[in-house]
Design a protein around this ligand. Structure first.
Ligand code: ATP
Ligand code: PLP
Ligand code: MG
Ligand code: MG
Length: 300
């Protein structure tokens, strides 16, 4: 990745399994990034298990950690990545962290995954939505909402490609240069549709991509997606098409491996558990370094 690529990633930590920082850190390291992690929570495992234990970091504790970085002059980052955030006060503090990091490095790239919900349901407190919309989105350089999150933020339903284009345009109006809808339901039973739009002062690129849908519910995929996209936007010098393709090709390979291994671990007669479906991350080292060239995006 060359000199001076250092990411600060503010996400969940789990002792066992792969979501949040556990899902983002390894792939970014494999792609050559220094990765500094702040764990917004540390839980025994992700919340899809029947039980979880652990602690939640509050806004003053976040402030405290960033203060330590400041004091030692180790608060210069090329990228900031944020994911799941569970409280309004923490999100407000994240805003001041973004602002601070942008004063230390005016070229900082902020990649925001505005995790709020999926399939028509919010799984964070509703009071986070206006904070994202008014304070966080305008600071983001790259944003990776799923369809539902994009609809919540823009206030517009996505029923077709035209709606998706309008929603992505809404993000551009807020100042976000690159918008990637990691998945939409505009496809069919066996495929998801990804959409993306990128603008700079000279031109705009819009694209669409078909994602073969695997018959399982994975966890940690949104977090992995955002991390890979950050990595590939950097390595391709912001070539949106290549970055999205590489990201999705690695995603597909990891999810295929995860499903294959889950099935063999479970055996022929048992159903797959959340434990079986933990992402097979370390087994996918080579696929992170060298994505296949299967999935192709279409420039619109
Ligand atoms: P999550 O549901 O994990 O919070 P998200 O809703 O933010 O994630 P999605 O858009 O659902 O993000 O998924 C991110 C990426 O993960 C998709 O672009 C796709 O590449 C991959 N993915 C997730 N689930 C599947 C699946 N069942 N089949 C194929 N790809 C999947
Ligand atoms: N963080 C924690 C603690 C979780 O429990 C989960 C999902 O259960 C996530 C993050 C998000 O994972 P995903 O990338 O699937 O949205
Ligand atoms: Mg989803
Ligand atoms: Mg997500």
């Amino acid at each position: 990745a060359g000199a001076n690529v250092r990411v600060l990633s503010i996400q969940s930590h789990v002792v066992s399994g792969y979501v949040g920082n556990k899902s983002a850190c390894f792939p970014l390291q494999v792609l050559g990034f220094e990765v500094d992690t702040i764990n917004s929570v540390q839980f025994s495992n992700h919340t899809g298990y029947k039980n979880f234990t652990g602690q939640v970091l509050d806004d003053t504790q976040l402030d405290d950690l960033v203060d330590g970085l400041k004091t030692n002059g180790i608060d210069h980052y090329s990228h900031l990545l944020t994911g799941y955030i569970g409280s309004r006060s923490f999100l407000r503090k994240v805003k001041s962290v973004v602002e601070h990091l942008k004063t230390v490095n005016p070229n900082l790239i902020y990649v925001c995954d505005p995790v709020m919900g999926d399939h028509g349901k919010m799984y964070v407190p509703e009071e986070l939505l206006p904070v994202y919309r008014e304070h966080i989105v305008p600071l983001a350089d790259i944003i990776t909402p799923n369809q539902y999150e994009a609809e919540l933020l823009s206030g517009k339903k996505i029923r077709n490609e035209g709606d998706a284009a309008e929603v992505m345009e809404w993000f551009h109006h807020q100042g976000v240069k690159t918008v990637v809808l990691s998945s939409t339901e505009l496809g069919s039973e066996n495929k998801l549709v990804g959409m993306a739009s990128s603008m700079n002062n000279r031109s705009k690129t819009r694209l669409q991509v078909h994602i073969p849908r695997l018959p399982a519910n994975f966890t940690g995929t949104g977090d992995l997606f955002a991390a890979l996209l950050l990595g590939w936007m950097h390595h391709t010098h912001n070539n949106l098409k290549k970055a999205v393709e590489n990201t999705l090709n690695t995603m597909q390979t990891i999810l295929h491996r995860t499903l294959d291994m889950a099935r063999s671990e479970a055996g022929p007669d048992s159903s797959l558990t959340v434990k079986h479906l933990e992402l097979k991350m370390v087994q996918s080292l080579d696929d992170i370094r060298n994505p296949e060239a299967k999935i192709k995006a279409t420039i619109l």
